[in-house]
Design a protein around this ligand. Structure first.
Ligand code: MN
Length: 725
């Protein structure tokens, strides 16, 4: 792991020629000469000339196959911090691009990463990404940190601990987020070695024993698979793969195991099958599952649903020869390259399609998606690099409190959102806001780096129009809660007034009613918990005042109240807006709707509402078996209104013949119907059939019907069925 030999300029140039053959490396050579002069009289703690460090950093960047300005910046990255050279000097000699990368690296190095770092590691990571404004800055910083970790032994003990901790908390996760697996693993293992030397040494020994013991087994399995691939005419590579030490350590910790219980972890060594095409991944999966029994719940399809860092692969765990569990990963060459090199792989292989349009659709990280799209449109690689320089986090902004704490907010968030993240009361009473010392309107959109100060007033209250511009769920729900409470009070007053008017027709009054022992009974008769709920229902218009008064008079005469006609209390309501599970209803105020989880209704389904006690109205499918157990008196008619853009989960089962490629065929039929797959899972039956379960996201019933039509057309599909939940 330690690379003791000193990197020379020629090593870097050779490596560059290997992936950019014939290119002019003058910029890198010039940077080398300049860095050599700038660091001429400096020595590292290791006793080596200082220049060995920027050389090593530049070499790591060349291993990551980065462009020339990045490698030049790697050579120059410490010149501004450690010598009297300025960014302007660099810009004059090397141009704006190189100077900006060095500037970014210098800024990150001077961040006050102290004290709070462990509590706010995630925010610091994001801050670094947001500050960088150019992913290449982060890549240079990672290479810098990697070499510093490789040479950490020369630092004094207290510094070793701090740097190793910082690496583990900040830089290894950054490498992971950018999908550069080899850097993440090396950073983790080096940090592990310095932070927990005892555990590291012991685990290393034990793992080597396990690896030696399983060697024959793995080779046997590799041979079996090689033969089969050959027979099936699939071209591919099969590798034994070993988990890196720190991830084994974490797994032991997560499962409360000691190093002596290492044998309980079955995936220390696994297999990786690398083929040419996506289709073949599923074919190989089918072959493996037919050879060895898969362990339920261990199959993961990161091809249909890539990880946020673009990782794609199929994972499955099977019971291999001799009843021994083993994990197998199946992916294409391209997926393997992205798993190793991450985001860095993108601009180099720009002519190739990186991820298919379908999988890009389901991608969570908007910025990555946009990068990939941009990359297809742009002809010139320079333009692509330009596009890396903005919007690393189009979804988030990072702002400071006056004390210098970082708050993360969604893009478009306003001072009101900020106020509610400080405290609910600060939100409720927010009257004015200052950004960077200047007064701004309350719907001002915050930007990364803003320092935000909130002015409160005891007289201020939340306003309904705030809901039009707040961006965070927290602010929205707090404002709604407040408005609901206020509305509740208003509706109580209305309910009392309406009832009082009705009582007066019978020469009585609401006061008489409330004081009478029958009030509680009347509430019960209408299935309300309390008299207050009864009055609310009248205020909402769910119950007419005459129903209440009649029931009251009947109960006074100690007669049985006549059966209420269900028609009278069933009112039409329309679902108009889905947000935080709250629906507003035409003609009604503030009714709370939930889609019931027992039957997952989607727009277009025939539905019926059920008035719950205190949790608003639950919407069920008309064929939901649970409906039968619910009080018919509390049913209410509801209907859907079109709901642009919203998607709903639906569970489906596909019954098929058990043959190769079914999962791939069904997945692509679903994707072709423009639906996301949230979960997929398969069981085979003894009679050579397979049942696939999918959780998909659809916009409505018609959408689901289209999926059904497409899936039914696949040869081998016997039946498709919607499931309740
Ligand atoms: Mn450095």
């Amino acid at each position: 792991m330690k690379r003791k030999h000193i990197v020379r300029l020629s090593d870097i140039l050779d490596q560059i020629q290997s992936y950019l053959p014939g290119c002019d490396t003058y910029l890198v050579e010039k940077a080398y000469v300049y860095a050599a002069k700038a660091h001429a009289n400096q020595i590292r703690r290791s006793g080596e000339p200082y220049l060995s460090h920027p050389l090593a950093v530049a070499y790591i960047l060349a291993l990551m196959k980065l462009d020339l300005p990045t490698i030049a910046a790697g050579l120059l990255h410490d010149t501004v911090e450690d010598t009297d050279i300025s960014i302007q000097d660099l810009e004059q000699i090397f141009g704006k691009e190189v100077a900006e990368i060095v500037d970014g690296v210098t800024k990150i190095s001077s961040l006050p990463l102290k004290g709070k770092i462990y509590k706010e590691a995630e925010n610091f990571r994001k801050m670094i990404l947001a500050m960088a404004n150019d992913l290449r800055v982060v890549l240079v910083k990672l290479a810098d940190r990697l070499h510093n970790m490789r040479t950490l032994e020369f630092q004094p003990e207290h510094k070793r601990q701090r740097i190793a901790r910082e690496t583990l908390e900040i830089y290894a996760p950054l490498a992971s987020r950018l999908g550069i697996d080899w850097i993440k693993q090396e950073l983790e293992d080096l940090s592990f070695m310095y932070l927990y030397p005892e555990e590291y040494r012991k685990l290393k020994q034990e793992v080597e024993k396990v690896v030696a013991a399983r060697q024959n087994f793995i080779e046997e399995v590799i041979q079996i698979l090689k033969d089969i691939l050959k027979r099936e005419g699939i071209e591919g590579r099969i590798l034994g793969r070993r988990k890196h030490l720190y991830s084994i350590f974490r797994k032991l910790q997560r499962n409360n195991l000691s190093t002596d219980e290492l044998y309980l972890i079955y995936d220390i060594i696994g297999l990786r099958v690398i083929v040419k095409e996506i289709k073949e991944c599923y074919e190989v999966l089918g072959i493996i599952h037919s050879l060895w029994r898969p362990i339920p719940g261990r199959f993961k399809d990161y091809i249909s649903l890539p990880k946020p860092n673009m990782y794609q692969s199929l994972h499955t765990t099977v019971i291999g020869p001799g009843g021994r569990q083993m994990e197998v990963q199946i992916r294409t060459e391209e997926m393997d390259r992205i798993a190793n090199e991450g985001i860095a792989a993108h601009w180099l292989y720009k002519e190739q399609k990186i991820i298919s349009a379908d999988s890009a659709k389901s991608h969570q990280f908007e910025w990555l998606k946009r990068l990939v799209e941009l990359q297809k449109e742009l002809k010139n690689p320079r333009e692509f690099i330009e596009s890396l320089r903005m919007d690393l986090f189009p979804d988030e902004v990072y702002v400071f409190t006056p004390n210098g704490d970082i708050k993360v907010l969604p893009r478009g968030a306003t001072p009101i959102d900020f106020a509610y993240t400080i405290h609910t009361e600060v939100g409720h009473h927010c009257t004015r806001a200052k950004v960077n010392g200047r007064l701004v309107p309350l719907d001002y959109q915050l930007e990364t780096g803003d320092i935000v100060e909130i002015v409160t007033s005891a007289n201020q209250r939340p306003r309904r129009d705030w809901l039009k511009f707040v961006k965070t769920g927290r602010a929205r729900s707090r404002i709604r809660q407040w408005l609901k409470r206020e509305e509740h009070e208003r509706i109580m007053i209305t309910g009392r007034e309406i009832l009082d008017k009705e009582f007066r027709k019978y020469k009585s009054s609401i006061g008489v009613f409330l004081d009478s022992p029958q009030a509680q009974k009347v509430a019960k008769a209408f299935s309300f918990k309390s008299v207050e709920d009864l009055i609310l229902a009248v205020g909402f218009g769910r119950l007419t005042p005459s129903q209440v008064v009649r029931k009251f008079l009947h109960s006074q005469e100690e007669k049985k109240a006549p059966e209420e006609d269900l028609e009278n209390i069933t009112r039409k309501a329309t679902i108009t807006e889905k947000s935080d599970e709250i629906f507003s209803v035409a003609g009604e105020h503030g009714l709370l709707f939930h889609l019931s989880r027992c039957c997952n209704p989607i727009p277009g389904d025939e539905v019926i509402g059920y008035i719950t006690r205190g949790r608003g109205i639950t919407v069920h499918r008309i064929d939901c078996p649970n409906l039968k157990t619910l009080d018919p008196e509390r049913r209410i008619e509801v209907s859907w209104e079109t709901n642009d853009g919203a998607v709903y989960p639906a569970r489906i089962a596909v019954f098929t013949m058990d043959k190769k490629g079914m999962l791939a065929a069904i997945s692509s039929a679903i994707s072709a119907s423009e639906a996301n797959i949230l979960q997929a899972d398969v069981k085979t039956t003894p009679d050579k059939k397979a049942i696939f379960h999918f959780l998909v996201e659809v916009s409505d019933k018609g959408h689901l019907d289209r999926i059904f039509t497409n899936v039914k057309q696949i040869e081998g599909v016997i039946r498709v069925q919607r499931l309740l939940s």
